[in-house]
Design a protein around this ligand. Structure first.
Ligand code: DI6
Ligand code: FE
Length: 402
């Protein structure tokens, strides 16, 4: 066997389903950007050769991390609203007074695609510096056909500019645009009749997302958007049960959603429906933290029902100004009670599943993309233990040091 590159002598956390927790004195070999070998050095095939051999010196190797829920593309910031919340106003009162999502919409509409790309790259670089090799990016700050497509093109441009995999979600159903406030039905009809078809035709959306919430979209409106997604063969995901319990988790499950996200107010029935549908729970502790939420997602119910749990940053300028996946992992264990193993699986295996990309990434298994995070650490707990410390040693994307 001849490898383009092989890493030897590390502690390998494969994150394979039912795999060993750690392979001691392990190796990962790459051929044309894919994993061609993973296992103990002693189990390498006789007579192997490699163009390049890299010594791991006992370091921990994990799959490249996956941030499966971000709003990375936007213009401006909402630092003023952060200060208002510190003075006691709530996310909802600020939104009702014309702030919130729509203030980012105004700035995003005014920005051209190149400006959006530059802004997002600055945030992407911070995520990549912590070993992220794949991210999901949503639209949702355009809310017109042209502005939503502009956002999705900016998201796609990121993977041209950086060695990273980008998965996009069309979130035209994020909020009712201010100029359509008296015409909700008209805006929903536009999403269904114009924005989803155009995004699908141009191959700009890998999935369709919606914000099902008091003050955003009703379950009936969400259902109509999901039916349109289905008609265009696009999978769905949903911002569900974040601020109010609206049956969002069950609705997501009904449509076989890849994921339901937030879920602070999901009940047992919702958890069971998600388990039956294979819908992944994406936990977003950054939003919980920044909004000083008191209600935690029902992690015990998810475990009991057998719902897979992912963890992501929800990076956005309003409810989760967070560009650190390691911090999201720390918050998931400290605030939500996930175990270290669950937090690591949440940004690798389960995040891949939430993106519908488990066949290609999220674990170290032969045939998958050779995306690795190599850490100056020997145990997964060391990734999560410190806040603000980044133990990344090297990041490998498709078999290349990147
Ligand atoms: N839930 C969130 O946490 C973000 N969007 C959503 O539907 C918030 C986006 C923002 O406040 O700009
Ligand atoms: Fe979000």
């Amino acid at each position: 066997m001849h490898f383009d590159r092989i890493w030897t002598g590390g502690r390998i956390a494969t994150l394979a389903e039912d795999g060993p927790a750690l392979i001691e004195r392990g190796a990962v070999g790459a051929v044309r950007g894919r994993i061609a070998f993973v296992g103990a050095v002693d189990d390498l095939p006789e007579g192997w050769t490699a163009a390049e051999t890299i010594a791991l010196d006992g370091r921990l190797v994990t799959p490249g991390l996956i941030d499966c829920h971000t709003h990375l593309v936007f213009a401006g910031d909402r630092a003023d609203e952060f200060e208002m919340r510190l003075r006691g106003e709530t996310y909802e009162t600020i939104a009702a007074a014309g702030g919130g999502i729509v203030s980012t919409v105004a700035r995003t509409r005014a920005a051209d695609e190149a400006t959006l790309v530059e802004g997002a790259l600055e945030r992407l670089d911070r995520l990549m510096a912590e070993g992220v090799t794949a991210i999901e990016v949503k639209s949702g700050y355009g809310l017109t056909l042209d502005d939503e497509l502009k956002m999705l093109r900016a998201a796609r441009a990121l993977e041209v500019r950086r060695p990273v995999e980008v998965v996009t979600s069309l979130l035209a159903a994020h909020t009712i645009p201010p100029e359509r406030r008296d015409d909700r039905a008209g805006y929903v009809a536009e999403i269904i009749g114009s924005i989803i078809p155009a995004a699908a035709a141009e191959g700009l959306a890998d999935a369709v997302d919606a914000f099902c919430e008091d003050g955003a979209f009703t379950p009936a409106e969400t259902r109509a958007v999901f039916q349109a997604a289905r008609a265009h063969d696009l999978p769905v995901r949903l911002h569900a049960d974040q601020r109010t319990a609206g049956g969002g988790a069950a609705l997501a499950a009904e449509f076989g959603a890849l994921s339901a996200d937030h879920l602070e107010r999901t009940d047992a029935q919702g958890a069971r429906a998600m388990a039956a549908a294979g819908t992944v729970a994406v936990l977003l502790p950054g939003a919980f933290y920044a909004l000083r939420d008191q209600e935690k997602p029902p992690v015990a119910l998810f475990r009991e029902a057998g719902v897979k749990m992912a963890v992501a940053t929800d990076c956005n300028p309003g409810s989760s100004p967070l560009t650190s996946i390691l911090t999201a992992m720390n918050m998931a264990v400290v605030l939500f009670g996930l175990s270290i193993d669950e937090a690591l699986a949440g940004v690798t295996r389960e995040a891949a599943r939430a993106l519908g990309r488990w066949g290609d990434m999220g674990s170290l298994e032969v045939g998958k993309a050779c995306n690795l995070a190599i850490w100056d650490a020997t145990r997964p707990v060391e990734l999560v233990y410190w806040l603000g410390r980044n133990p990344l040693h090297a990041r490998i994307f498709e078999g290349e040091v990147a």
